[in-house]
Design a binder for this molecule. Sequence first.
Ligand code: HPA
Length: 271
Amino acid sequence: MENLPYSLAQQIKDKISPRTPQIALILGSGLGEFAKHIYNQLTINYSEINGFPQSTVPGHQGQLICGTLANKEILCMQGRIHLYEGYPASSVASIIKAFKLLGIKTLIVTNAAGSLHKEMAPGSLMLIKDHINLSGFNPLIGRNDETFGPRFPNMNTIYTPEYISKAQSIAKKLNIHLHQGVYCMLSGPAFETPTEVKMCQIIGADANGMSTVPETITAAYCGMKVLGISTITNYCSGVEGGSPTHQETLETAAKATTNLSQILTSFIGEL
Ligand code: HPA
């Protein structure tokens, strides 16, 4: 496992060479359609990379796409790996560490999340300004390889402040309302009970989800800049009568893809 990032990076490098993307993008549940905006696509199925965790969830295609968006080379994960699939957080970390070895400097993460507030309706977007990790795991547990980052990384500005301002000003220009809030990760796969949802509201979360945090902790540890955007797919259990299902998540995420695509394309163009 300790050598996995090196082996993943080598295999990906061999396949995408001579391309050298510096931006990685992770597409969350129901957001895979965004990939159609990428030009000059070179597609690598996760199964073609030895040791790469396989995506097992409907709505997650399970392939890496290397191509250009807004004239920038990007490496896109169409479908992610979740802890609830049985993968340890360190598997998710290995992918991000491999990205670091490939020269990725910016990580953009998207996900589907449930809203904890009446005012943040399904179909809207939330810029992640910070997170609460209630998954019970940390991707950096285990022996530390200083090549990637320090043993005790600081998480003060895990979501890059400069990127938060940039995304907000882009959304304003595009006339798209972009909420801003705290993303809370729970392991899933069961959705929360109404009482757990109340707890998340009390501790300062704005949206709940089952992903993203392992990737962003690892990226910040590796010294990458991070932008995170949640698609609000539903109200959480008990909020405004919310009673989430995976189907609702996928359908609403797909509907919000247009606004998300516009923001991401402009954002990447300005990097
Ligand atoms: N809770 C947790 N994860 C989610 C939700 C939710 O309501 N919606 C989409 N992912």
